[in-house]
Design a protein around this ligand. Sequence first.
Ligand SMILES: Nc1nc2c(c(=O)[nH]1)N[C@H]1C(S)=C(S)[C@@H](COP(=O)(O)O)O[C@H]1N2
Ligand SMILES: [Mo]
Length: 390
Amino acid sequence: MAAGVSAAGSAAFAANPATPVQTPGAGAKPLPTAVQWKDASSLIVHSSTTVELKRGSFGSSGITPTDRLYLRNNLPTPDASIMAEPEAWEVSVEGVRKPRTLDVRTLRTLGVETVAMVMQCSGNGRAFFPSKPSGTPWQVGAAGCVLWSGVPVRAVVEALGGLADGVIFMTGTGGEKLPEGLDPKSIVVERSVPIAAMGDALLAWELNGSPIPLAHGGPLRLIVPGYTGVNSIKYIRRLAFSTRESDAHIMSHGYRISPPGAKGDPTQPSVQEMSVKSWITSPGADAGQVRSGRTQIQGVAFGGLHAVSKVEVSTDGGENWQVARLVGPDLGKYAWRQFALSANLPTGTHTLVCRATDQAGNVQPRERMENAGGYNNNSWADHGLKVVIA
Ligand SMILES: Nc1nc2c(c(=O)[nH]1)N[C@H]1C(S)=C(S)[C@@H](COP(=O)(O)O)O[C@H]1N2
Ligand SMILES: [Mo]
């Protein structure tokens, strides 16, 4: 009856030995000040600016509650005083015919839309790289599916006379106060995405039905659906349409897909669109006990820019697959789908894996794409869950 559980280990995947994961609860750190209000029991605190959701705490209802959403800040969280007057927060919009600074109060008059979207850190799954890249060793929990409300960026652009000629990038700049004496370009959080990403982007003031908390980018955040988290700029103070990519270090050298052993540089691909991915969240995550017999194997699946069309589940490490049922409402192509497969797990060891396919026909790969930074891990083998039922 009792069970010992770990992420699928090297025995199950000789070709893809997963890095052993930390035992949840062991040496638990307290929640950082900016997120004291979060549900500590469902989170793993890595540092004062990095907190992830435990694998068994994603729930079944499709939307990640704000008090369980992961936290990742590259710089210290800004002072809470920036939340004193959220309606007065200003963003300057450049690279349009009539560039202007707009406050939240004014943005609210230009349009409103809600998008359900997977927010995922580029390094989610880094813990499973045997090369142990530097950076937070995220397992699966640097991700959540949440609702953002705000004004569509295209409505703002329209109100300001349209795009300037020749622009091909949309660049967001974070509003953190930068320490004096350092080159701002070396630390500012500023990211460029192709102009096509503007189509569904928002300047958002609301997360899951409440004002965006400071920790998640309030009073105003740029939301870029389908792209990894780093491209959704918190406390946005400048939105610029430009002919060139930002030359901030976080863009030019950070978040690049570099060959193992190499440093990031502007010639390498940037971490931007997310790829098709899924992982199992139950049963047996976080050393939970699993009983033998009938169970519901559950998880989440998403396709980045494309909706999920199918999720397959295997209980024998990928030898045999069965199609899972998609559970709950379809919240659009940028949201994840929960899935479930009814299965009978007898006493013994089971390696549970899942594999998603998106509507463009992309299939989640068995292998991770090796890279120095440990980015974009969507390997189904790495995300397996070994369940031992005694
Ligand atoms: N201004 C600003 N925006 C930012 C960051 C930051 O440090 N500053 N971190 C980025 C990264 S790397 C990620 S993964 C997401 C995390 O969003 P969350 O903490 O709301 O989950 O925000 C992104 N936007
Ligand atoms: Mo991130």
